[in-house]
Design a protein around this ligand. Structure first.
Ligand code: UD1
Ligand code: UDP
Length: 384
């Protein structure tokens, strides 16, 4: 019997990181023929991940342009994917998460009546404008998808509340934990110029990332002003900030934090040094989604620079705190952790609500079950 053809479609850094272990697992197995298409909604930041995991896309739409709008990404990806899907005729398309590439790839597949599997399904804030446009991207993708790979029972419940057929939902854990466990090393040597001179022994490193569309402009300025105050208050604090390539982020970062002594503004790091830097950091400040999953598993407290989160599990577990973008609240919350060892200890617990490193295995078993190649439905991921 011919192997079923699975096409994975992704376009940005986080999708690539979270799909990479799945692509590798599909390629390593005999059961499926795996084809990779990238929109390249991101370019350099995507290529960093493709290089690291040695993934050579079969199709690369190369759509990124500077200061692209949602319309640019949507239109270019939709048109480009039409040709790719018509040529390849996959038996199923796998998309990931909540980017515009994710939604558009689902829509293109739906128009061509190709089944869609949604990896990292069911995350919700309940607010269609926050994060923007991701909440809507994932809801629309969820409406189209035929298979839902929910990372946690919370995300499964979100889907059930929206009327999704329970037979089509598989709780798998998040593939980001598969990627992380394959990457983190206690003895990782920092050889790159940005990290090799960091004196971890005498500094508390605050790892910072920001990029959310709804934070662009004034909210980001307030975050950076808050950071500046923290640096002035605590002489042993060193901020390491790999700055997202978005020119709108870069302009404000440079304006507020440029030239400050204990601030390292650096280029986006490759995933390997980035994760190992996180492992050596004291605290993480971020508006990223993925970092909210990675840091808890390394026992690093996270201050989330957003008003909403679709990842409540680590907030409940106590390692993640929502602080928003208010400058004063940020300074107070971070100061509390930097001044009180007890407060820090209460947050710095390694918890793994998002996965156990077996998500890819469960997704592949679910695909085998879907295609009637395996009679047994895989057992759902549950937190131990
Ligand atoms: C996108 C996703 C967001 C995801 C984020 C991860 C959408 C609408 N947004 O947001 O969900 O959390 O990626 O980082 O899908 N740029 C480069 N080189 C790169 C990448 C980006 O120069 O490798 C610059 C370009 O000028 C580009 C801009 O950044 O136009 C914004 O990229 P875009 O993908 O539109 O938005 P992100 O904020 O990265
Ligand atoms: N990351 C990276 N290098 C960096 C910053 C982040 O490899 O300099 C990784 C990080 O480990 C995580 C992912 O990028 O897996 C998060 O991407 P981002 O914050 O851009 O997107 P989000 O998760 O918010 O969608």
């Amino acid at each position: 019997m011919p192997r079923k053809k699975i096409m994975t479609i992704f376009g940005t850094r986080p999708e690539a990181i979270k799909m990479a272990p799945l692509v590798k697992a599909l390629e390593a197995g005999e059961a499926f023929h795996c084809v990779v298409a990238v929109t390249a909604q991101h370019r350099e930041m995507l290529d960093q991940v493709l290089d690291l995991f040695e993934i050579k896309p079969d199709h690369d739409l190369d759509i990124m342009q500077a200061n692209q709008t949602l319309f640019d990404v949507t239109c270019k990806a939709l048109t480009g994917l039409k040709s790719v899907l018509e040529e390849e005729k996959p038996d199923l398309v796998l998309v990931h998460g909540d980017t515009t590439t994710t939604f558009v790839a689902s829509l293109a597949s739906f128009y061509l009546q190709i089944p869609v599997g949604h990896v990292e399904a069911g995350l919700r804030t309940g607010n269609k404008r926050s994060p923007f446009p991701e909440e809507m991207n994932r809801k629309l993708t969820g409406s189209i998808a035929d298979l839902h790979f929910a990372p946690t029972t919370t995300s499964r419940e979100n889907l059930l509340r929206e009327g999704v057929n329970p037979e089509t939902i598989f709780v798998t854990g998040n593939t980001v934990i598969d990627a992380l466990l394959q990457t983190v090393r206690p003895d990782y040597p920092f050889t790159g110029p940005d990290l090799r001179n960091i004196d971890f022994a005498n500094h508390r490193v605050l790892l910072v990332t920001t990029h959310r569309r709804e934070n662009l402009g004034e909210p980001m300025r307030q975050i950076y002003l808050g950071l500046k105050e923290i640096i002035e208050r605590y002489p042993d604090v060193l901020v390491v900030f790999p700055v997202h390539k978005n020119p709108k982020v870069r302009a404000v970062v440079e304006e507020v934090l440029g030239g400050l002594k204990r601030v390292r503004l650096i280029e986006p790091l490759d995933y390997q040094p980035f994760i190992n830097l996180m492992n050596k950091s004291h605290l993480v400040l971020t508006d990223s989604g993925g970092l909210q999953e990675e840091a808890p598993s390394l026992g690093k407290p996270v201050m989330v620079l957003r008003d909403t989160t679709e990842r409540p599990e680590a907030v409940v577990a106590g390692t993640v705190r929502m602080v928003g973008t208010d400058r004063q609240k940020l300074v107070e919350s971070v100061s509390e952790l930097l001044s009180s060892p007890g407060a820090y200890r209460s947050m710095a617990n390694a918890v793994n609500p998002y996965g156990d490193g077996q998500a890819c295995r469960r997704i592949i078993q679910s695909l085998l079950f879907y295609f009637d190649k395996n009679a047994v439905r895989p057992v759902d991921f549950a937190v131990k």
